[in-house]
Design a protein around this ligand. Structure first.
Ligand SMILES: NC(=O)C1=CN([C@@H]2O[C@H](COP(=O)(O)OP(=O)(O)OC[C@H]3O[C@@H](n4cnc5c(N)ncnc54)[C@H](OP(=O)(O)O)[C@@H]3O)[C@@H](O)[C@H]2O)C=CC1
Ligand SMILES: CC(=O)C(=O)O
Ligand SMILES: [Mg+2]
Length: 564
């Protein structure tokens, strides 16, 4: 039984004590109301334990929680503290998030969530989502229907743990990534906490250290075959759509081949999207739109003349490259011309046709105009391609070394350098390096956050090119419009909406992404753009929103955001 003390009850504690003495066991939980008291679980016939003589008002308790958080030394300890706070008092957890986004986002999301995933089987305390394993095949529907809030569910983040950030196969330990993304849905776009469903699919792991770890929580077997996985995924998606008829599914951190294949398999059948391919594509297109303007203003060269070089050609690299095609198309280039502006590098070097057979997802951008010996050294590739922008989605720490950044700065008065790999320790370069080696000329965005830099008396602001700017608003739009599918045009609209959301003050400071403190406004802006795109595509099942003008739509979106 849960008792919440409201102001009207606060002088009724004596009555409550008497009541408690008559009951056997009562469990009290605290709720964020302006006045509340913590009671705890009680065993009769004793008086309540933990009943403080003072009334705990919200503001004082907020200050207490923030002080407790800041008293912890290690980011992982802070992560554990915040997880527990979320479990006990999700209003206070989200209040802390919303008022301290730059401080808390790196704790509940990248980079700390990477450590939480690596350590998950060791720091685990209680279930925090749905765990579905290959052993459950044939019974997935029954297990999914165990979810306590079937009718409330609107958004699920699903991972199979096979490529968590740049950390590789972490098996069932991928759960914190689903939880972290969903916390950002709530904090960033006001999705109701009880409508979120974190899911990890345990299909085995090829991580031998985990298989040998007695505390590992997942199945002790190698990953299943592609054929077995396809059958499992078909059953899973079918059961999800029947159990949760209003659910949007975000695929997260599937290994590259499966990321592409399941997006294609399900995107026209269910409302799904892949965050690493589409969310990352959208966030980078957005930052690139703003960066290219700054770079072209300095070089005097037209926007259509940019050339982009990618280090890394996995789900993220190719997803971003695909989305950046629309940058060039917006400048009036044909598809062929746009493709020629993009070059990809993988672990074997520059990708070109004459190199020989390659994975399907690399073929589109494989260069046709080079047939010489393999180009494997990044400096040689930069000299060959002469890029205006260098993007890293390779998981190779320090791949953008001093020589690379200097080579980019030599070619461009304002080089665009985006080391986008996560977590921060896998970033292709650090912000202070890029600023110093380019002598303050770099236009920079990274996947994980870096601190602001001072260089020669000027302050430099790093952009965070992370899909966390996109998925909350995109998801909110899909939920409110009840989109039957998530179309490419909706994803592009999210990107243009983000690019457009900078304030004049942010532009004045050469920022290419807005301040994360404004995430709710940004998500509102993105959501409106995406809802309009869904309407244009005719995939909106809630057609009431069509009657609203833009101001009414924005007010409506705002009114639907949950506030702690
Ligand atoms: N900022 C953001 O919002 C996001 C960032 N990411 C980050 O992007 C990174 C990559 O993710 P994803 O694409 O899914 O991962 P993949 O493992 O699929 O891709 C990694 C790519 O890097 C290439 N690579 C590996 N080693 C080298 C090397 N020495 N030189 C050049 N290329 C190399 C691989 O080559 P090969 O193909 O030959 O194996 C592959 O193409 C991760 O760190 C992830 O965290 C992902 C999503 C969003
Ligand atoms: C940010 C993200 O989705 C990733 O690194 O995989
Ligand atoms: Mg991801």
């Amino acid at each position: 039984m849960t008792v919440v003390l409201t102001p009207y009850w606060s002088n009724g504690v004596q009555k409550l004590r008497a009541m408690l003495q008559r009951k056997h066991t009562l469990s009290f939980s605290r709720r964020a109301s302006n006045f509340h008291r913590t009671l705890g679980t009680l065993a009769p016939p004793k008086l309540p334990k933990g009943l403080t003589p003072t009334v705990l008002d919200d503001e004082t308790h907020y200050a207490r929680c923030l002080a407790q958080l800041r008293s912890k030394d290690k980011p992982l300890e802070k992560y554990i503290y915040l997880s527990q706070l979320k479990e006990h008092d999700h209003h206070m957890f989200y209040k802390l998030c919303l008022h301290n986004m730059p401080e808390i986002t790196p704790l509940i999301y990248t980079p700390t969530v990477g450590d939480a995933c690596i350590q998950y089987s060791h720091i685990y305390r209680k279930p925090e989502g749905l765990y579905l394993s290959y052993k459950d095949k044939g019974n997935l529907g029954k297990i999914i229907r165990n979810w306590p809030r079937l009718n409330d569910a609107r958004i699920s983040v699903v991972t199979d743990g096979s490529r968590i950030l740049g950390l590789g196969d972490l098996g069932i330990n991928g759960m914190p990534i689903a939880i972290g993304k969903l916390s950002l849905y709530v904090a960033g776009a006001g999705i109701r906490p009880d409508s979120t469903v974190p899911i990890v699919l345990d299909l085995g792991t090829n991580n031998q250290a985990f298989l040998d770890d007695p505390l590992y929580l997942g199945l002790r077997q190698k990953r299943i075959s592609d054929e077995e996985m396809n059958a499992f995924m078909d059953e899973f998606m079918h059961e999800m759509s029947t159990a949760f008829p209003k659910l949007l599914v975000q695929f997260e951190d599937f290994s590259t081949d499966h990321a592409f294949s399941y997006l294609e398999r399900f995107r026209n059948k269910y409302p799904v999207f892949n965050d690493d391919i589409q969310g990352t594509g959208a966030v980078v297109l957005s930052g690139f739109l703003n960066a290219a303007k700054l770079s072209s203003a300095a070089s005097g060269r037209p926007l259509s003349s940019h050339r982009i070089l990618f280090l890394g050609s996995g789900s993220a690299g190719v997803g971003v490259a695909m989305q950046l095609m629309s940058f060039f198309k917006l400048q009036g280039l044909s598809e062929e011309e746009a493709r020629d502006r993009i070059s990809l590098v993988d672990s074997q070097g520059l990708i070109y046709n004459a190199r020989g057979p390659m994975a399907e997802h690399k073929k589109f951008f494989s260069r046709r105009d080079y047939a010489g010996p393999p180009l494997t050294n990044l400096i040689d590739i930069i000299e060959h391609v002469k890029p205006t922008a260098l993007l890293g989605l390779s998981t190779i720490k320090s791949a953008f070394n001093q020589q690379v950044i200097e080579a980019m700065a030599e070619l461009n008065p304002r080089p665009i350098i985006f080391p986008l790999s996560n977590p921060v320790r896998l970033s292709e370069c650090e912000f202070h390096e890029a600023v110093t080696w380019s002598k303050g000329q770099v236009i920079f965005a990274s996947g994980s956050p870096f601190p602001v830099q001072e260089y020669q008396g000027r302050t430099y602001y790093p952009g965070q090119g992370n899909n966390m700017y996109i998925f909350p608003g995109l998801g909110l739009a899909a939920i409110l419009s009840r989109a039957s599918t998530v179309t490419d045009i909706m994803v592009e609209a999210s990107s243009l909406g983000l690019a457009d959301s900078l304030t004049p003050e942010e532009r004045e400071l050469d920022m290419i992404y807005p301040r994360v403190e404004r995430i709710r406004d940004i998500s509102n802006h993105i959501a409106c753009a995406v809802i309009r795109a869904a309407q244009k595509a005719g995939v909106d099942r809630n057609q009431d929103l069509r009657r609203m003008n833009d101001a009414q739509l924005s007010d409506f979106v705002k009114s639907r955001m949950w506030i702690p």
